[in-house]
Design a protein around this ligand. Structure first.
Ligand SMILES: *Cc1c(COP(=O)(O)O)cnc(C)c1O
Ligand code: SF4
Length: 433
């Protein structure tokens, strides 16, 4: 299969789109003007069940849905489109909505390190051991996920976090002996040609940095464009490069976004997994918990079981971030915990490498351990899986129970405390200064 993608401007040419009513197509157009929209021929032809597209997880995950905008905002954009509003009027309304959708959650600017007097705009270094690297060529994706928290970078063309210079990355890494992991992220770095991977990986390997133990690639390509690892022109070269990393004594891990068991069933994806495993690549899975997609414990249990059968290690279950179309996908913290617990208890210990449900917040990755009652107060029991301050990790803390809470911002400390234990130190602590 040769890669082809469709966007707002040509999606009406997708043959299967004839199954949609005019109203449904117009809804895609309306929402697609605000939130990014791009879908590959593989998702269209191999993943979406067009006989049942309205309930199909991959249709909802890639095609903008009416409910992703509030009724007011939807009608506003729909009205402008119908009345043939001027370009500037339309753009003004679109930008206003985008800015209201919390385009830059969790204070990501704070993670950009200052090095040799300059901000390194393609790097984020939030957790001591792991540095994120945003290669310039890897800042788009084969298809765009409608839940994605990186949506502003596609919609607003804001490539704020991207970087070209391999040499500067290596210098920064060398200067930080506590970093063991370099995580390539985006966008999706797997949209890059192999020659760019070679450029970055060779720079890392040639530098012989003893504290570099793991190179990770965060990607959705395994299931949205599996041919990246099989039939693409430079797929063989990519696998050879992965083998080289492994031979050099550095672990290579593919951090695969896997939202639903349905994406692990095609021949192409199985083929891709086999080739990666044979090249010595470790595959780990992560996904947000999403209403309308996978908010059921049996879907998660099935997904983890299938992953193990295929050789994938379940890694993270995330809570949908407070950005973009969050309302459409949001699951309360309580529901998230129940789904996790009920899925977890259905599977054997070998699957229980997965951790969650976890919120990626400004202070760190916060796991909802459960709901309990302490001194006659109903509370959420929480802990840090990752934190800006490594000393916070693993320390339980408590928030007042709130059945509607969706995110850390909705929570108050339990027992009438003024603030959570980490708030005071957040004001004064940053491990880099
Ligand atoms: C999740 C995350 C990482 C990786 O954390 P691990 O627990 O090591 O997988 C690194 N940096 C940021 C900013 C993250 O959100
Ligand atoms: S592949 Fe990842 S970065 Fe790209 S749209 Fe999906 S969630 Fe976002």
């Amino acid at each position: 299969m040769k890669y082809k993608s469709f966007t707002l401007h040509n999606f009406r040419q997708i043959p299967q789109i004839e199954k949609l009513s005019e109203e449904q197509k117009f809804a895609i157009e309306t929402v697609g003007n605000v939130l990014p929209f791009r879908v590959s021929n593989y998702v269209i032809d191999e993943l979406i069940d067009w006989d049942n597209f309205e309930n199909d997880p991959f249709f909802i995950l890639t095609f903008p849905q009416k409910g992703m905008l509030s009724e007011y905002r939807f009608e506003k954009i729909a009205g402008l489109l119908k009345n043939g509003a001027s370009h500037s009027e339309l753009t003004g309304a679109i930008n206003k909505i985008r800015l209201d959708l919390n385009p830059n959650p969790a204070g990501q600017e704070r993670n950009v390190p200052v090095f040799e007097g300059k901000r390194l705009n393609g790097i984020q270094h939030k957790y001591r051991e792991t540095m994120l690297f945003f290669p310039t060529q890897g800042q788009t994706c084969h298809s765009y996920c409608t839940f994605c928290f990186r949506w502003p970078q596609f919609a607003l063309n804001d490539f704020r976090f991207a970087m070209k210079e391999a040499e500067l990355m290596v210098r920064y890494l060398r200067s930080q002996p506590e970093i063991t992991d370099v995580l390539f992220t985006g966008g999706d770095p797997a949209v890059m040609k192999t020659r760019f991977f070679e450029h970055y990986f060779n720079a890392l390997l040639d530098a012989n940095i003893p504290h570099l133990k793991n190179i990770r690639i965060g990607t959705k390509a395994l299931t949205y464009w599996p041919y990246r690892f099989t039939n693409d022109d430079d797929a063989d070269d990519l696998l050879r490069l992965f083998e080289k990393v492994k031979k050099k004594g550095v672990n290579i891990a593919l951090m695969a976004h896997l939202n639903h068991p349905g994406e692990l069933k095609t021949k192409a994806v199985k083929n891709a997994i086999d080739r990666l495993l044979n090249a010595g690549v470790q595959i780990r899975s992560q996904s947000p918990l999403l209403k309308n997609i996978n908010n059921s414990s049996s879907v998660w249990a099935e997904n983890w079981k299938l992953q193990l059968t295929l050789g994938i290690i379940p890694y993270y279950m995330f809570i949908a971030r407070n950005t973009g179309a969050q309302n459409y996908f949001a699951v309360t913290l309580e529901q998230a915990w129940r789904i996790y617990k009920n899925a977890f208890k259905q599977v054997s210990g070998i699957h229980r490498t997965v951790r969650g449900p976890s919120m990626s917040t400004n202070p760190g990755k916060i796991q909802v351990l459960g709901i309990s009652e302490i001194m006659e107060e109903k509370v959420f029991v929480l802990t840090f899986l990752q934190a800006r301050n490594p000393n916070w990790v693993g320390r339980p803390f408590y928030a007042a129970y709130d059945e509607d809470a969706l995110w850390l911002d909705d929570l108050l400390p339990a027992f009438n405390k003024e603030e959570f234990f980490f708030e005071e130190s957040t004001r004064i602590f940053n491990f880099q200064n």
